[in-house]
Design a protein around this ligand. Structure first.
Ligand code: ZN
Length: 306
C-alpha cells in the first residue's frame, strides 16, 4: 500500500448485489488503453479535485478484479469509487459515450473514464459529497502472495463489519457478537446505518425488522435470543432471494437500462407512510431515530420495548 489506508465507500444492498455482477463481468480481463478525468460541470465547490494523481498512468494495465466499489489492475492500481444510483455506465465499442450528468449539484461534476483495448469504455459520474473516487497503489506482493493471484476477494479491500452476502462471514455467532458490543444502541443502528454491521439500505432493513416483529428503536439489549434468531434468519433469507434474483430491486444498470422491481419488498420510506402493513394491514407509521432521520414501522407488528 502507499501508506494511506484504503477508504471504503460500500454500495448499499440490495442494489450493490445487482451492480456488482454486471461490473465484474464487464470489466475483469479488460486492458486499459487510456483514462480521462473531465470536469463537465462547474459548481461552487470542488469535491474531487482537478487531478487524480496517477489516473493518467493506467494504460497497459489489465483489470484483475472489479466489483461495485473497487477496480484493481495487475500492476497494483486500485480505484475505490462510489457513485449515486444511475452514475455508472459501460459502453461497448461503437456506442455513443454519453454518460449522465448533474446540473443540480453545488459542486463540480466530473466524469472518470476508463477506455479499453476492445473499444469499450466505463464511466463513473462524480459530483457532490455522496460520490467518492480515490486511486491507491497496492504493493503487488499483496496481490500475488504466492506468485499467482487466486483471491476471490483481496484481503486488503475493506468490507462491511459483516458481509451479509457471504454465508461464511454472516454467521449467527458473528451477528450476536456484533450486537453484544453495542447493547445500548437501537437495533436498526446496529444492523444498517453508517455504524451498522450490514451495508443494507435502511428501507430494506426496516422491512426485515417488520417481518421479524422488532421495532427499529428497540434497544439491542432488550432483544431476546429467539428474536435475534428470527432477525438473523429473515435477513439471510431475504438477501439470498436478492442474490438468486427471486427478488429484484428497482435500479439502473451499467448499460443505462432501468430494471423494474420484481417481488420487491415494501421499501420502508416516507412513501410507505400510511400504507397498509404487508403483514397485518395496519397503516405504517414513522419514528424519528437521529436528527433528521426517520424510520418506518408497523405499530401493530412492531411493539417497542421500554
Ligand atoms: Zn403489521
Amino acid at each position: 500500500m502507499d501508506g494511506s489506508k484504503i477508504e471504503a465507500y460500500l454500495p448499499a444492498i440490495p442494489r450493490g448485489i445487482f451492480i456488482e455482477k454486471q461490473i465484474n463481468s464487464a470489466l475483469v480481463g479488460k486492458k486499459i488503453t487510456q483514462t480521462s478525468w473531465e470536469r463537465y460541470y462547474t459548481g461552487q465547490y470542488s469535491w474531487q479535485g482537478e487531478i487524480i494523481n496517477g489516473f493518467d498512468k493506467l494504460s497497459d494495465q489489465t483489470i484483475i478484479f472489479a466489483d461495485a466499489s473497487y477496480i484493481l489492475t495487475d500492476k497494483g492500481a486500485l480505484i475505490s469509487f462510489g457513485c449515486f444510483d444511475n452514475g455508472l455506465r459501460y459502453y461497448a465499442r461503437g456506442e455513443t459515450i454519453n454518460p449522465p450528468k448533474t446540473t443540480k449539484s453545488q459542486g463540480h461534476g466530473y466524469h472518470a473514464k476508463l477506455f479499453f483495448d476492445d473499444g469499450a469504455c466505463f464511466c463513473m459520474n462524480l459530483y457532490g459529497w455522496g460520490t467518492f473516487f480515490k486511486l491507491y497503489a497496492v504493493d503487488t506482493k499483496l496481490i500475488y502472495p504466492n506468485g499467482t493471484s487466486k483471491h476471490e476477494r483481496y484481503p486488503f479491500l475493506p468490507k462491511a463489519p459483516i458481509d451479509v452476502t457471504d454465508d461464511e462471514d454472516f454467521t449467527y455467532n458473528k451477528f450476536t457478537d456484533w450486537l453484544s458490543k453495542n447493547p445500548g444502541a437501537n437495533i436498526i443502528e446496529n444492523c444498517s446505518t453508517a455504524k451498522g454491521a450490514f451495508k443494507i439500505d435502511n428501507p430494506v432493513m426496516n422491512y426485515i425488522l417488520l417481518t421479524s416483529k422488532i421495532h427499529p428503536r428497540t434497544k439491542t439489549r432488550e432483544i431476546t435470543n429467539a428474536e435475534t434468531g428470527v432477525l438473523f434468519d429473515n435477513t439471510k433469507k431475504l438477501i439470498n432471494e436478492y442474490k438468486n434474483e427471486i427478488r429484484i430491486c428497482e435500479h439502473t444498470d451499467i448499460y443505462g437500462k432501468t430494471i423494474a422491481p420484481h417481488n420487491e419488498v415494501l421499501r420502508m420510506t416516507s412513501s410507505a407512510l400510511g400504507l397498509p402493513c404487508p403483514v397485518c394491514g395496519t397503516p405504517i407509521e414513522a419514528t424519528p431515530i437521529t436528527a433528521g432521520t426517520k424510520m418506518y414501522f408497523c405499530p401493530a407488528c412492531q411493539i417497542i420495548k421500554k
